[in-house]
Design a protein around this ligand. Structure first.
Ligand SMILES: Nc1nc2c(c(=O)[nH]1)N[C@H]1C(S)=C(S)[C@@H](COP(=O)(O)OP(=O)(O)OC[C@H]3O[C@@H](n4cnc5c(N)ncnc54)[C@H](O)[C@@H]3O)O[C@H]1N2
Ligand code: MOO
Length: 404
């Protein structure tokens, strides 16, 4: 059995960034940039007032000024503010030539077209210089960035109309097992609803992939071998990965041009994970138990999708940086844990705040069939191979599950 880290490294090494497409601004949210995006204008494009008030000249000191015009946003003043003059200005209005400070209207006494104010009310810092936010041609977002909601506003501010992004990689999902039927379909004797594929579909979408359902395949070599027909950048199988007489994924793929990279990872849950290549298509065989499959998806499928999207590296753990596709963090252990064996464990845990710190409490029920526990959990608590007993208050590594 190989380690989790080696499995992650072998999987990510098997993928490289896929082809690109150009998308309009309105369709860029959550996409991954394939090249740097630059601003098309300075922002703000001109020196602008940050307040409603009057544009004045600092050098006039506290002498009264004559108001010679008005500058609402979008209507620049045509002219020049000379000695002893001021221009009415509104937030976002372009600073008129000759002015170099703002007095806010609350500090002004106005009488006809004359204004008076105390000298301390004259403020140069109420002017936003041109390019304060960013300058023309500045890189707004770098290649590899997944475009957030905040990034969308930034791109629009830079007058960006379209950008080159990575195509969403197609990920085919095949659910394997005689016992499975679609939710809502009549149950077979000894049958259950095929559930994992729904969680996986949502995860793949959230991570920037395009999931495609290859359906439910019965436990026969012939049926399972049909996944060789899947048109996808990555094929994911669910179930049939273990050692039972009916766990047939490897046997079925043996009749195709399948090349196994590895089978079995020293982890719990998720041990029977397999990875290989069907012709040119990578295939990730996730274990059947639903919690095992979804934990493996977080640890192995997400980095595979990241590698295809060419996303920027994640910073993981307080002490080390590695490309794992998930963010790890730390919490205090609430409870006690026995020494671990040689498999890396991912315990479903709830988080709480106490005494200014985050605490992680593993659930007593850790069976890898229990989706109710996984759905309720806030984090996976990571136990490294051969970790010694852990006491209440010990620092524990966690993978927060928010967003999954
Ligand atoms: N003798 C051994 N038995 C098992 C071992 C082992 O090492 N030796 N490993 C166990 C572990 S750990 C796991 S995980 C499972 C994984 O086995 P498979 O990948 O072959 O999965 P299946 O047998 O097909 O299914 C296991 C379980 O999960 C249910 N399942 C499968 N697919 C779905 C789905 N899409 N949605 C919901 N539930 C699903 C299936 O009905 C089974 O109950 O093997 C252990 N056994
Ligand atoms: O690997 Mo299994 O995933 O422990 O239930």
């Amino acid at each position: 059995m190989i380690s989790v880290e080696e499995a992650q490294a072998r999987i990510t090494a098997a993928f490289s960034p896929i082809d690109t497409e150009t998308m309009d601004l309105g369709h860029l949210a959550a996409r991954v940039l394939a090249e740097d995006v630059r601003a098309r204008y300075d922002q703000p494009p001109f020196a602008a007032s940050a307040m409603d008030g009057y544009a004045v000249r600092l050098s006039d000191g506290d002498q009264p000024r004559q108001v010679i015009g008005s500058v609402p946003a979008g209507h620049p003043f045509i002219g020049y503010v000379g000695p002893g003059e001021a221009v009415r200005i509104f937030t976002g209005g372009a600073l008129p030539d000759g002015a170099d400070a703002i007095v806010i209207q609350e500090d002004v006494r106005r009488d006809g077209d004359m204004i008076r104010f105390d000298p301390h009310a004259i403020r140069a810092d109420y002017i936003r210089p041109a390019g304060l936010d960013f300058e023309k041609d500045a890189v707004l977002l770098e290649a590899g960035k997944r475009i957030s909601a905040r990034d969308m506003a930034l791109l629009a501010a830079g007058d960006v109309t379209h950008a080159k992004v990575r195509r969403r990689p197609r990920v085919a999902i095949a659910s394997i097992g005689d016992e499975l039927s679609a939710p809502g379909a009549p149950r077979k004797p000894g049958g259950i609803a095929a559930s994992t594929g729904y969680g996986l579909t949502a995860m793949i979408t959230a991570w920037g992939g395009a999931p495609c359902d290859f359906g439910i395949l019965p436990d026969t070599v012939q049926e399972i071998a049909t996944i060789a027909d899947a048109k996808a950048e990555l094929v994911v199988t669910l179930g049939g990965a273990s050692v039972g007489d009916h766990d047939l994924v490897q046997k079925a793929l043996g009749s195709t041009d399948f090349a196994l990279d590895f089978w079995k990872v020293a982890m719990r849950p998720g041990k029977p994970l397999l990875f290989g290549r069907l012709g040119n298509t990578p295939i990730l065989g996730l274990p059947g138990n639903p919690v095992s499959a979804l934990v493996c998806a977080i640890l192995f499928l997400r980095p595979a999708i990241d590698a295809m999207l060419g996303t920027q590296q994640h910073t993981c753990s307080l002490s080390q940086k590695f490309k794992c596709g998930c963010h790890t963090s730390h919490a205090r252990l609430k409870g006690e844990l026995p020494a671990n064996d040689s498999r890396q464990s991912y315990l479903r845990a709830r988080l709480s705040h106490e005494g200014g710190e985050v605490w992680a409490e593993p659930y007593l029920a850790q069976d890898s069939s229990m989706l109710s526990v996984l759905a309720e959990a806030d984090a996976l608590l990571v136990r490294h191979p051969n970790a010694p007993e852990a006491k209440r208050g010990d620092l524990a590594e966690i993978i927060p599950l928010d967003g999954f």
